[in-house]
Design a binder for this molecule. Structure first.
Ligand code: PMP
Length: 397
């Protein structure tokens, strides 16, 4: 027997399992609401015009593919900081923010997790209940014990804010608290500005370490609006980590473009932090790939392309909101007596629809695929499939 012969099968990814079942379904009218991807009204993943134009520019001036610096393309890291913190941010002017280009938002989270494990090894990590399913596994794989904080309220389909405050107050000093900066995945339930203020106060008063995960900037209320929480945190003293991703906002899933930014208390401290972040990158994959970072940096730093991106992103945001409206309106007609108005209040790509596991299984029999928890991707709805979805939901309720 070899050392490999006793290795057990790893558990299947629950969401990829849905996609496998969807792919195996031979019904041509099948609909997959289990995905975490934005589709346009034709059910296609968009290739943004701003991306195509940036790629055309890059191809017109071919450059050799030398290694990027360990921390990534300078123009990219700068553009990320301005987007995430705001161009006029004090943490940028004071050189207290450091940014490393990362392999998507996931890679950014993992660099941050490895960094925290090295310099705050005894911290507990807290993620929302529920959270993006990879948060737990990712921080556990970095060596942390991962706990939940109260977040979702089944009864209101919104945030259990009292529960969340109680959880935050009970966390030991030095705990890492992973917060979704906007567009909570999987629930769509959001804190309001006043509630965020209370969260920030407790995080700072109890010396917790905030790790803001921003995978959907621009999918909620707007680019600046969705980044507001990050900026509010930078206006308070204390450490801050921010992971961000362009997978959704640029529809560049496969290019793996994200970044980790860390805010220090002085420029000198920031330089030390950057040197340590670079060490983590160097020992994992040495330096990031060139193409996606160049595309995003080109779009963000070229005024016409930047405007085009903002318009295209607004288009995606508005379409998601329209689908929320349509879903609520059509369900009110087809399933009177059931109030789905909460779907309109939820924000971002996802909705915890309130459908039970049993109802989700019945939907599957109609070739409509959702996550067992009732999570649906609102961005997978479109003008052609929404009536089918509404009829099927009305039937299983
Ligand atoms: N954080 C959250 C909350 C996410 O939903 C996702 C992906 N959908 C990520 C991080 C990871 O982003 P990426 O695909 O860029 O790795």
């Amino acid at each position: 027997a070899s050392i490999f012969s006793a290795i057990a099968m790893a558990p299947r990814d629950p969401i990829l399992g849905i996609t496998e079942a969807f792919n195996a379904d031979t019904n041509p009218a099948k609909i997959n609401l289990g995905v975490g991807v934005y589709y346009d009204d034709n059910g296609k993943v968009p290739l943004l015009q701003c991306v195509q134009q940036a790629e055309a520019k890059l191809i017109a001036q071919p450059t050799p593919r030398t290694y990027l610096p360990i921390e990534g393309l300078g123009a990219y890291d700068k553009a990320v900081q301005e987007l995430v913190f705001g161009a006029d941010s004090a943490v940028i002017q004071e050189k207290r923010a450091v940014t490393v280009q990362a392999i998507g938002g996931t890679g950014a989270l993992k660099i941050g997790a490895d960094f925290l494990k090295r310099f705050s090894p005894d911290s507990q990590v807290y993620i929302s209940d529920p959270s993006w399913e990879n948060h737990r596994a990712l921080f556990e794989s970095a060596g942390f014990t991962v706990n939940n904080y109260a977040y979702y309220d089944d009864a209101t389909h919104g945030v259990n804010f009292e529960g969340m405050l109680a959880s935050l107050k009970a966390m030991p000093e030095g705990s890492v608290v992973v917060l979704h900066a906007c567009c909570h995945n999987p629930t769509g339930a959001e804190l309001n500005a006043d509630q965020w203020g209370q969260v920030i106060d407790i995080v700072r008063a109890n010396n917790l370490i905030p790790f803001l995960d921003m995978a959907y900037q621009g999918f909620g209320d707007g680019i600046a609006e969705d980044g507001a929480v990050v900026r509010r945190f930078t206006q308070t003293a204390g450490p801050l980590l921010v992971s961000n991703s362009f997978s959704k906002s640029f529809s560049l899933y496969g290019e793996r473009v994200g970044a980790l930014s860390v805010v220090a208390s002085t420029a000198e401290e920031a330089a030390r932090l950057l040197s340590q972040l670079k060490r983590i990158v160097r020992t994992n994959y040495s330096n990031p790939p060139t193409h996606g970072g160049k595309v995003v940096a080109t779009v963000l730093s070229t005024p016409e392309l930047r405007q085009l991106w903002e318009d295209e992103l607004a288009g995606m945001r508005v379409r998601i909101k329209q689908m929320r409206d349509e879903l609520v309106k059509k369900l009110a007609e087809k399933a009177p007596g059931k109030d789905f108005g909460f779907v309109r209040k939820q924000v971002g790509m996802f909705s915890y629809s309130g459908l039970t596991k049993d109802q989700v299984e019945k939907l599957r029999a109609e070739s409509i695929y959702a996550v067992d928890t009732g999570r649906i991707c609102v961005a997978a709805l479109n003008s052609k499939n929404i009536d089918t979805v509404v009829d099927a939901i009305a039937k299983v309720l």
